[in-house]
Design a protein around this ligand. Sequence first.
Ligand code: DGL
Length: 268
Amino acid sequence: MTNKTDPIGIFDSGIGGLTVAQAIVTQLPKEDIVYFGDTAHMPYGEKSTSAIQAYSVKIADMLLKQHCKLILIACYSATSAAFDLVKEYVGPQAAVMNVIDPMVHHIQLHYANKRLGLIGTRQTVNSNVYKKKIDTLNNGVQLNSLATNLLASAIEEFGDNSVIDSLLAEYLSHHSLKDIEALILACTHYPVVKNKIAQYFNHKITIIDPSYVVAEAVTKRLEDDKLLNNNGSGHKHFYVSDYTESFASGTKIFFDEKINLEHYPLWE
Ligand code: DGL
């Protein structure tokens, strides 16, 4: 049985999910947040489906032990590989959400008959989960997906640094992204370099950063389930499976306050 005052659990392979966590905190400042970054196993995008499933279930279990009322898989690779499994594992103990379904709904509402590009990890693109969901909309959206394999790790390491420019130039010049009207950032790390991506396209196309769409979907779900907490303390607790400097500094950039960061190995 969950309660309004229970925290929202958010997980990702590393700092990427902080882009979504930040949007949630902006929209729901009174909610308590428990964030898990699986830095020991990052990058998920290069892992097998079964490995990502094992990590995701283990993290969901940890978040249930923290009494989370809602678990958000804030990672596209984990959503593609493990959403159904995590949902089944969690059952009625908490709501489980992902970062793809809210965007598919957003695309249905705003991008009918458009030619869209999508960039994500190898796992996200090869799983074809995003494309299959878009295709079922049957609303004339043409989606061209491109795996930008090294980008998330480079962002994890360097953040919004100029070394990313050459990587972006290499990936974004791919012919599959020619003549697109908008580009979906289907990796939670990519909003960190959103301005660089917009610059690459000379600000001529829309760069779709799903963070706020996902935060709105979380708000709506909590409202519908009567679990929205408008009077909490907004406490935030961050856990990582391996302590990394980039996560510690990344957290401080996203959340300009004293951070509770704890090492929590998934397997002893
Ligand atoms: N967070 C992952 C995602 O959204 C990207 C980083 C990784 O490969 O672990 O797909």
